[in-house]
Write a protein that binds this ligand. Sequence first.
Ligand SMILES: [Zn+2]
Length: 472
Amino acid sequence: MRTIIGLEVHAQLLTKTKIFCSCSAEYFGASPNAHTCPVCLGMPGSLPVLNEKAVEYALKAALALNCEIPKRSKFDRKNYFYPDLPKGYQISQYDEPAAVNGYLEIELPDGTTKRVRIRRVHLEEDAGKSIHMPDGCSLIDLNRAGVPLIEIVSEPDLSSPEEARIFMEELRRILRYLGVCSGDLEEGSLRCDANISVNPDGKKGTKTEIKNMNSFRAVEDALKFEVIRQTQILNSESTVEQATLTWNSDQNKTEVMRSKEEAQDYRYFPDPDLVPLEIDEAWKKKILDAMPELPAAKRARWKKEFGLPDYDVKILTDELPIAAYFERTVKEFPKPKEVSNWMLSELLRLLKESLSKEIKIPSENFAKVLQMIESGQINRNTGKEVIEEAFKTGKSPEAIVSEKGLAQISDEGKIIGAIVQVISENPKALADFKAGKEAVVGFLQGQVMKKTQGKADPKKTRALLIEHLKKS
Ligand SMILES: [Zn+2]
């Protein structure tokens, strides 16, 4: 049995306005139908005007996906009746899409790279939203109608649910790096439909389409479920019915939405209100020249340039602002692994806890804390405290250390004072040490650190402690 999966991904573009009118494209949280006009309401006589930014974003995404950009593409009307589609048709691109023949390379868990071909990328408009009320009536919100989308269609090159999930994650990363889509699967700014067939050896299987997978986990779980379901049907000598399925994540199963007895006829025809789109080479070149370093290239460079392990690279390059923060810090404090350790252990934890998207300690201040630890001005535990305080208050590390009196005690006299006290308070530990139980050193060192509010230089403390234990 061989599994074949192809994906169709819809990505909402982060333009300020809709694709064919000047209404705001930010529908999230807005009052229903506040962002509408005769064009996106589909009033007779209104005419669409193409948003240049939407085309630019589509080209950006297509070029990042290594697509060819045909000189000419055009818009078509895809006719179907649905209450949240006020015109009775959706403006999309049919036989002349904006981009074709691309590919996306994904990194598989075994360390190999797989090239997944992209069949096409085209522009279209989003539909509105139907809200079904408990009393049986339905409400329509057309704020989303006319928000620009790109549809990215892969070839059926994916051979497992896991590969499909990895593809989606990498695609989302690219779109976010480009700043063209927020990539939120739960909120629906990035949506994934999958075609999947399980093929018995030497024979062709029947594909089903799965919709409504609104998390990376759902993509993998839904496809896994479908592989098992189709395999069981085939093993029982029955045939898989061609159908459109929806993923029910509460019950962890696919359900039939509609069976596709006959192919839908959308009666596509060229939209007479929109002229064909012609992309000149200069525009394409301008976009290519401004293309940021993409996630895969960044990962490869970081491994080489910074010698970081795969795990660190994967996490720190996932989001562009985090990656940029790391690079800025390393410029000030050129010890990449140390920077990575502190970011992974402290900074990302604080970021998560603060529920903020922004690291509230400037990278130069973060680098400063690492320098203070390196030079012995503060110890590592104090370092954590300073980072936390700087994150919460925005104060400079120097100010925090001096205000709170956190500077490390390197003065031997002060450390010895604490050691003498601790030894006299713990006669049993001293006896144990004399009897050869070296493990008590750790305990006693802890007591000294406690007495100095954690500010004693740990290395010095340990050496002085052992010296005094031997003398005592
Ligand atoms: Zn409008």
